[in-house]
Write a protein that binds this ligand. Structure first.
Ligand SMILES: *[C@@H]1O[C@H](CO)[C@@H](O)[C@H](O)[C@H]1NC(C)=O
Ligand SMILES: *[C@@H]1O[C@H](CO)[C@@H](O)[C@H](O)[C@H]1NC(C)=O
Ligand SMILES: *[C@@H]1O[C@H](CO)[C@@H](O)[C@H](O)[C@H]1NC(C)=O
Ligand SMILES: *[C@@H]1O[C@H](CO)[C@@H](O)[C@H](O)[C@H]1NC(C)=O
Ligand SMILES: *[C@@H]1O[C@H](CO)[C@@H](O)[C@H](O)[C@H]1NC(C)=O
Ligand SMILES: *[C@@H]1O[C@H](CO)[C@@H](O)[C@H](O)[C@H]1NC(C)=O
Ligand SMILES: *[C@@H]1O[C@H](CO)[C@@H](O)[C@H](O)[C@H]1NC(C)=O
Ligand SMILES: *[C@@H]1O[C@H](CO)[C@@H](O)[C@H](O)[C@H]1NC(C)=O
Ligand SMILES: *[C@@H]1O[C@H](CO)[C@@H](O)[C@H](O)[C@H]1NC(C)=O
Ligand SMILES: *[C@@H]1O[C@H](CO)[C@@H](O)[C@H](O)[C@H]1NC(C)=O
Length: 731
């Protein structure tokens, strides 16, 4: 930390600001780099490749905007990409370069890594000294530049690359595809046995060469594997052109494929394909032309380990490659893992924890994967948080170790009165800790608020388990709740529940009786400065109570922060105009827009209020009636830690909480799968850190739905003594 501060103050000379700046750090979670690969997290990995060093695997971790590498000792690392979706130039270390949905990775004999940086419309290369450069593509989408150098050519969502050593001169040419598409934006099929450059392709995804340098193309939306002969003639080697599955043991050109995506060719020229939407890895025998299945029984689903590969479930595998000892290495893409089929035919996982993003309770919070952290509570210097999509509540001790305190990890309900760690929770969203150390959990999808006593037993204190609303004035355990989200306790350990889908805030008194303190039960907004019980709310998410008993509500769908005055019971808006969005910062909170705020919290003094402005990807602060951003640059995603918090990216922050002991601000940075912490900078530093160049929102663009206007082509480019074959869609 000290070093960083020093660097900042030396390097930066302009626009010094004092005081309320924060550095942002990750406190818990992440992707699991430097852990054994099986304990780290991948996000829609599309491609896996081998390299010159035995045991190393390169993975395009597409939705993490990174290229990962499994070291020979099994450790997961990141070799390119910051996680930020965008482009920030070349000539820098690959680990500091932004990538944008990299779909493919290939490694040459020297160990230089080529990346299809798909949404940047470039082919990138990592030199042996770690520098990243562009070797093809000018960065804008299009088609141009055949017979020029690859650097001057336009590419359009380059998707597949193939690297092979031959001798030639640096010119880019099209080797297949006429670039034509239908009016509906798709390519088409115009027959075989013609010059490949005259043929239509439909979203080709990968190429591979056999021993004769014949080129094989996964013509994915034509549901065919095509071949370009040495004389440039195209033909179909597998697939009838109709999507589906029609069996094995027959000639490959008489069977159906379904969106074949990956191809690899073994030393006998057998063709192995990732038949993606058939959830199978298939083999086309070079000698007989007969197709068979090597892995996947055709049923999608969660992983099974150490079973015969042919009876295992795969989930839309995108690629397959041959391992160092002849094994098959499969990107089991929609299961978020890399799998291996050993020579004995058994399948297992070599990388990724899967969709669960759970790798157990670990000695350090930074090596513990978490899955959508939401609410937090503090007790004696320990941080308790809802690991929402892992259906667990976990505790980070002062020494940084993580321990699960409730939830066995299986979403559901299996009763009360047992040890909390054996109980099922169902997307727990809120947590609070009372004066004697009991922990309250809003068990949202079970429509209950649970309590974990200090002896570790779990019980229900509100909600009978049926969603809905019956009445108030009864024992809370007999009342219905409807997706309780945020919870809070006041100084008397009275419980406040944001009863989200009942559009109410409820209160459970010490005698166990439940009542409504805000909301009429119908969704909407009917004004302020009225009794809170007569005011409409709209999907209230977060709730907080200050030391005077005033209640704060993140009235999410009204895009407002509301406050109930303890003295009068009247409600008012303290931030938000009611319109979703972001207009400006550092002005009257009542004139500032917020966007679906999930959480509100108030500091010990009751003077400063923090908002998780979720859909603006920001944490904001109300002070003296003005609203300012204290973290998040407004672009959803992840860029970096150790920088000014206002320049960092957050990704749907669900929660903001303050540790009453240290005063530190913690953020449940849900879609970054991290808990972030803001550390006050006492030294003056500049706010003029370099901004990411070419930043683009990574707010869930859907590659599969991208404008795949027109058809596609395949080009070969000769770079140095290496031929790189690039597959693109072409407008
Ligand atoms: C794995 O290898 C890397 C690089 O050589 C090394 O830094 C790391 O400590 C090794 N990890 C283990 C668990 O051996
Ligand atoms: C890395 O290698 C390239 C090509 O040899 C060279 O241009 C570049 O300056 C090197 N970068 C560093 C940081 O050494
Ligand atoms: C490079 O090779 C291609 C294909 O053989 C040829 O058409 C082109 O003229 C060559 N370019 C240069 C600059 O030599
Ligand atoms: C399949 O391939 C074989 C061998 O090349 C060929 O004889 C046959 O006509 C092809 N069948 C179809 C339906 O294309
Ligand atoms: C693939 O099959 C062809 C035709 O049967 C044969 O000529 C060729 O040698 C085979 N390739 C390999 C690498 O075995
Ligand atoms: C695939 O395996 C699953 C789980 O073992 C099984 O339920 C399913 O019936 C199998 N499907 C086929 C087509 O064999
Ligand atoms: C745990 O504590 C609760 C609350 O005091 C009590 O009702 C329960 O019986 C205790 N359970 C065990 C196993 O001691
Ligand atoms: C907010 O505005 C005030 C008054 O114009 C100014 O002094 C302050 O520096 C601003 N704060 C930020 C964070 O821009
Ligand atoms: C609040 O914002 C207004 C401008 O909208 C500014 O004039 C005022 O100084 C700000 N107050 C504080 C305390 O920053
Ligand atoms: C896709 O591209 C086509 C052709 O350029 C255009 O007409 C269409 O509006 C585009 N669609 C979208 C969703 O951008």
């Amino acid at each position: 930390m000290k070093l960083i501060l020093l660097l900042l103050s030396i390097l930066l000379v302009q626009s010094l600001v004092f005081g309320q700046d924060y550095l942002i750090q990750t406190f818990a979670g992440g992707l699991g780099d430097s852990l054994p690969a099986k304990e780290s997290s991948l996000n829609w990995p599309f491609d896996v490749s081998t390299g010159p060093i035995k045991g190393e695997y390169f993975i395009s971790d597409t939705y993490n905007h990174r290229v990962r590498k499994i070291l020979a000792n099994g450790t997961m690392t990141t070799i390119a990409g910051t996680g930020f979706a965008g482009y920030n130039g070349d000539g820098i270390l690959s680990s500091q370069a932004h990538l944008y949905y990299p779909y493919d990775v290939a490694v040459n004999d020297l160990g230089e890594v080529y990346i299809a940086d798909t949404y940047n419309h470039r082919i990138r290369k990592i030199l042996l000294n770690g520098t990243i450069i562009t070797v093809a593509g000018v960065g804008s989408a299009g088609y141009s530049g055949d017979y020029s150098t690859a650097m001057q050519a336009k590419l359009n969502y380059p998707h597949g690359i193939y690297v092979k050593k031959v001798f030639s001169n640096g010119t880019i040419i099209t080797i297949a595809g006429n670039g034509e598409g239908d009016a509906d934006g798709y390519g088409k099929y115009n027959g075989d046995n013609m010059l490949a450059t005259l043929s239509s392709l439909n979203l080709p995804t990968t190429v591979a060469l056999n021993s004769l340098n014949e080129v094989f193309i996964a013509d994915s939306q034509n549901h065919r594997i095509r071949k370009v002969s040495n004389s440039g003639i195209i033909s179909t080697v597998a697939g009838t052109g109709v999507s589906g599955y029609s069996g094995d043991g027959i000639p490959a050109n008489t069977t159906k494929l379904n969106t074949p995506n990956g191809i690899t060719i073994d030393s006998n020229d057998n063709i192995i394909i990732a038949d993606r939407n058939n959830h199978r890895i298939r083999l086309i025998s070079n000698s007989s032309g007969i197709i068979s299945t090597l892995a996947g029984n055709g049923t999608t689903g969660s992983r099974d380990e150490e079973v015969l590969a042919t009876s295992a479930k795969l989930s839309r595998p995108a690629d397959v490659t041959i391992g160092y000892d002849g094994e098959l290495i499969i990107t089991d893409t929609d299961n978020f893992v890399i799998r291996i089929v050993k020579l004995n035919g058994m399948i297992s996982t070599i990388a990724g924890t899967g969709f669960e993003r759970f790798n157990g309770d670990r000695a350090t919070s930074l090596s513990t994967l978490i899955n959508h952290p939401s609410s937090m509570a503090f007790k004696d210097g320990e941080l308790i948080f809802c690991d929402r999509s892992n259906h667990r509540v976990r505790r980070i001790s002062k020494d940084g170790s993580v321990k699960t305190i409730a939830g066995n990890g299986i979403g559901g309900y299996n009763g009360d009165g047992m040890l909390a760690i054996d109980a099922q929770l169902n997307y727990p969203h809120g947590v609070a800790s009372d004066s004697i150390g009991n922990i309250y959990i809003s068990d949202s999808y079970n429509h209950r608020v649970r309590i974990v006593f200090t002896n570790g037993t779990i019980s229900t204190i509100a909600g009978n388990g049926n969603s809905g609303f019956n009445k108030d004035g009864i024992q809370a355990t007999s009342s219905q709740l409807n997706y309780p989200f945020g919870i809070a306790l006041n100084g008397n350990d009275e419980l406040f529940i944001s009863d989200r889908s009942n559009h109410r805030v409820r209160k459970v008194s010490n005698n166990g009786i439940i009542s409504t303190i805000a909301g009429t039960g119908s969704a909407g907004y009917n004004g302020d400065v009225i009794m809170a019980t007569e005011a409409k709310l709209y999907l209230p998410h977060g709730v907080s109570v200050d030391n005077k008993g005033n209640v704060y509500i993140a009235d999410k769908q009204n895009h407002r922060i509301r406050k109930i005055l303890a003295s009068t019971g009247m409600i008012s808006t303290i931030a938000g105009t009611g319109q979703a969005g972001f207009n400006d910062d550092n002005m009257s909170a009542l004139e500032s827009r917020v966007n679906s705020p999930y959480d509100v919290t108030v500091d010990e003094s009751g003077q400063v209020i923090y908002i998780a402005d979720t859909n603006n990807h920001k944490i904001r602060r109300i002070q003296n009636g003005n609203l300012t951003t204290i973290a998040g640059n407004g672009i959803g995603g992840y860029n970096q830690d150790g920088i000014l918090s206002t320049q960092s990216q957050l990704y749907y922050p669900y929660d903001v909480s303050i540790d009453p002991v240290s005063g530190k601000i913690f953020i449940g940075d849900a879609s970054n799968f991290r808990i972030r912490v803001l550390e006050k900078i006492e030294t003056p530093v500049s706010s003029s850190l370099p901004k990411p160049i070419g930043s683009k929102s990574s707010n869930n663009p859907q590659p599969s739905n991208r404008n795949s206007s027109a058809s596609s082509s395949i080009g070969g480019s000769i770079i140095g003594s290496i031929i790189v074959i690039i597959i693109c869609t072409v407008v």
